[in-house]
Ligand binder design. Structure first.
Ligand code: ACO
Length: 325
């Protein structure tokens, strides 16, 4: 297999910031509770004029510029999202039109918070097989469009944003190993019950708030810790590496306590974990994407470093990959 890596990164978060103090005026909560229980201080909120594709377009344009390639060179666009503008057309098709990537095939991936890692691993297969040279992968979410702003258990957790990368052949290093997994039997722990063919939108589904995120946080917490640690270990083992070889661990930013517990299980000291949950909350597929972008652009990840991306989300689904930067 030819080496495949990431040749450009981009991101975008909406301008408006909602702080924990702002949340105190909306639901019965406190900055102290949110900070200590989740690690979140603020999150970015898209305006009513911004949809998931608008965030994605900005991130995509930055990733193309960073990669130094023209949109016409893209042969595939994979967009990971659970908050697409509409059921169809796909967000990837909307992005294609906006950025002028007329030579690209397009599809979306539904893998919730693990979507960006799923997208990256899917892109890797297309490039490694020689089918395509330049693939754009995006994680984009307007999660605040599916949040119940009266439910303190969930509304404090989520934010909006997008991250993107260009996957292409590289001379050396790149994506060394990957791990994907799912457990559909646990799907009920985190879901949006209505809006699909099971419960199409009716006055009743709207009145019963069935179009919002329903989450059993406690049960997910425990599963997330075990599953993310196992996924990272599995990908590292495949690459012939060990936790001690990891320079930067970039997990899905769901809850700081989950991240610290995963790190403890892996035997990683906190200096090696990249965390930005404080600024953004959980942006589902965009979380890992934006964290990856910031880790690289801030200089936290240096050439030759071993990086692990690790994500977990509704489905349940999970994915990890080891990258030599
Ligand atoms: N402010 C104040 N109190 C609150 C708030 C809030 N915002 N939210 C909940 N509480 C209360 C609860 O009502 C409960 O009160 P009670 O004891 O009187 O009933 C108490 O705090 C404790 O609630 P728990 O749910 O036990 O709190 P916990 O410590 O588990 O934290 C949390 C909740 C943050 C949701 C945590 O369980 C978590 O992060 N879970 C994992 C989430 C996750 O990983 N999701 C998967 C990825 S997301 C995706 O795929 C889209």
């Amino acid at each position: 297999m030819k080496p495949v890596g990431i040749i450009g990164l981009g991101h975008y978060v909406p301008q408006k910031v909602l702080t924990n103090k702002d949340m105190e005026k909306m639901v019965d909560t406190s900055d102290e509770w949110i900070t200590t229980r989740t690690g979140i201080k603020e999150r970015h909120i898209a305006s009513k004029y911004e949809a998931a594709s608008d965030l994605a377009i900005n991130a995509a344009q930055e990733a193309l510029k960073d990669a130094g390639i023209k949109p016409e060179s893209l042969e595939l666009i994979i967009c990971a999202t659970v908050t697409g503008d509409m059921p169809f057309p796909s967000v990837s098709c909307l992005v294609q039109k906006a950025i002028g990537a007329q030579n690209a095939a397009c599809f979306d991936i539904s893998a919730a918070c693990a979507g960006y890692v799923y997208g990256l691993i899917t892109a890797k297969q297309f490039v490694a097989s020689g089918t395509y040279k330049n693939v754009l992968v995006i994680g984009t979410e307007k999660l605040t469009s599916v949040v119940d702003w009266q439910d303190r258990n969930t509304c404090v957790l989520f934010g909006d944003g997008a991250g993107a990368c260009v996957v292409a052949p590289v001379k050396e290093g790149g994506i060394l190993s990957t791990c994907l997994g799912s457990d559909g039997s646990m799907g009920g722990l985190l879901m949006i019950p209505a809006g699909g063919s099971r419960n199409p939108a009716t006055h009743e589904t709207v009145d019963e708030k069935m179009h919002y995120i329903k989450m059993r946080g406690n049960e997910l917490f425990k599963l997330a810790v075990k599953i993310m640690a196992d996924a990272a270990n599995s990908a590292l083992k495949q690459a012939g590496l060990d936790c001690k070889d990891v320079d930067c661990f970039i997990p899905h930013q769901a809850n700081i306590r989950i991240l610290l517990a995963v790190a403890k299980r892996l035997g990683l000291d906190t200096e090696r974990i990249f965390m930005n949950i404080e600024k953004y909350g959980n942006m589902s597929s965009a979380s890992t994407a934006v964290a990856f972008y910031e880790a690289v652009k801030s200089g936290r990840v240096k050439k030759g470093d071993i990086v692990v991306l690790d994500a977990f989300g509704a489905g349940l689904v999970w994915g990890a990959c080891v990258i030599k930067w």
